[in-house]
Design a protein around this ligand. Structure first.
Ligand SMILES: Cc1cc2nc3c(=O)[nH]c(=O)nc-3n(C[C@H](O)[C@H](O)[C@H](O)COP(=O)(O)OP(=O)(O)OC[C@H]3O[C@@H](n4cnc5c(N)ncnc54)[C@H](O)[C@@H]3O)c2cc1C
Length: 340
């Protein structure tokens, strides 16, 4: 065994089921899986993979992707969920890629700042939130960014580089990171740190997330963790503001966190002007099932894993929706979820 392959052996687990790493709870066994905690560890891993000729796939909470039922045994899966850090940089927040976006809303609440509320109950990690330019209503995660830090994985000799948010090509569910072999490692936000106690709270939150929260990508567990933190803040006299109560009401009334899913499966077509969910409703496809998967009875653009669904069950229902929309409304909807 050469030096690089022994680094891979040290940093990776073998034959690990991917399902717990996805909010869909779907995915066969990864031949190699690593969970680096720092950017240095991540770079070591990429360099070793490069040298060993091992292809890789990096991801966050797995809330916007569909893992295959039978992954390529030689693919290295890199979960960034433990790459979680929040600290001060020039009076603003530096947040690493694996940090759950929702923690930002809690930190804002602790400091009396409502700007980060859009990330409340938005599943996923910041790195992917930047990659997808995640949004809530009209507010996009890109509005919170000053500088994004990334590693260009197209060449050997990897190092951390930076790009200003204004150069990231952000649009509706779009960013420059979808066009480049760049892995985001963190970002400096354009949000000021209000007080020392807000910083202290942030580091306690990261610690509690890493010890209690981040072990699984189960949506019910994640939801109950975030809600528990909101209740804890209410317990020390920081009430939940109306905007956050509205988000709880919106997400729970649509049963977003009751069953394994990846949220909206297709991007909306703003040129057409009607949301995909409504088109699916008009096609009377809500409730249609295949194997263990069903088109959500509550939201036409969500496909749920309600009973041990396979990736092929989800793909079958996606095809039914695509074909129906193309036949009746004349366009092919673009998938939002990433098919790995
Ligand atoms: C119930 C539910 C509701 C949702 N509601 C919304 C919503 O209201 N608005 C919204 O925008 N989204 C929503 N989503 C989708 C999801 O929250 C976002 O897309 C989120 O950004 C995904 O984060 P993740 O860490 O889970 O990404 P993953 O699913 O792990 O990865 C998604 C993609 O990002 C890439 N990626 C991950 N990390 C990095 C990185 N560090 N650098 C470069 N590329 C990376 C991956 O390779 C993959 O291609 C919802 C999902 C669910 C399950």
């Amino acid at each position: 065994m050469n030096l690089q392959s022994s680094v891979i052996e040290q940093l990776c687990r073998r034959q690990t089921p991917l399902a717990p790493y996805s909010t869909y709870a779907i995915g066969g066994e990864a031949g190699f899986l690593a969970e680096p905690e720092t950017t240095e560890e991540l770079i070591t891993l990429y360099e070793a993979a490069f040298a060993s000729g091992l292809p890789w796939y990096s991801f966050g909470m797995g809330s916007n992707l569909l893992f295959p039922d039978a992954p390529d045994p030689d693919l290295l899966f890199i979960s960034l969920k433990r790459h979680c850090e929040i600290r001060e940089q020039d009076g603003k927040w530096y947040v690493s890629a694996g940090t759950p976006m929702s923690l930002l809303s809690l930190i804002g609440l602790r400091g009396g700042d409502s700007r980060m509320e859009l990330s409340f109950l938005l599943p996923g990690c910041l790195g992917a939130g930047i990659y997808m330019n995640a949004k809530y209503n009209q507010l996009q995660i890109s509005e919170l960014l000053d500088t994004v830090y990334y590693v260009d994985t197209s060449t050997e000799g990897l190092s951390v580089q930076s790009i200003h948010a204004s150069a990231c090509g952000f649009g509706y569910k779009q960013s420059i990171f979808q066009q480049k072999p760049w892995i985001i490692v963190g970002a400096k936000l354009n949000v000021d740190i209000a007080a020392e106690e807000q910083l202290l709270y942030a580091s306690q939150l990261v610690h509690s997330w890493k010890t209690r929260g981040c072990h699984s990508s189960s949506l019910p567990q994640w939801f109950s963790y975030i809600l528990g933190e909101v209740h804890a803040l209410a317990g020390i006299g920081i009430p939940t503001p109306p905007a956050m109560l509205d988000i709880i009401k919106y997400r729970t009334s649509r049963h977003h966190f009751d069953a394994p899913s990846c949220g909206s499966v297709f991007k909306n077509n703003y040129d057409y002007g009607v949301a995909v969910g409504s088109l699916v409703e008009q096609l009377q496809l809500k409730g249609l099932s295949r194997g263990g998967a069903v088109i959500s009875p509550y939201h036409g653009n969500m496909i749920l894993n309600h009973n041990h669904a396979s990736a092929s069950d989800i793909l079958y229902l996606m095809d039914v929706i695509s074909e129906g929309i193309e036949r009746k409304f004349g366009f092919l909807p673009e998938p939002e979820i990433v098919i790995v």
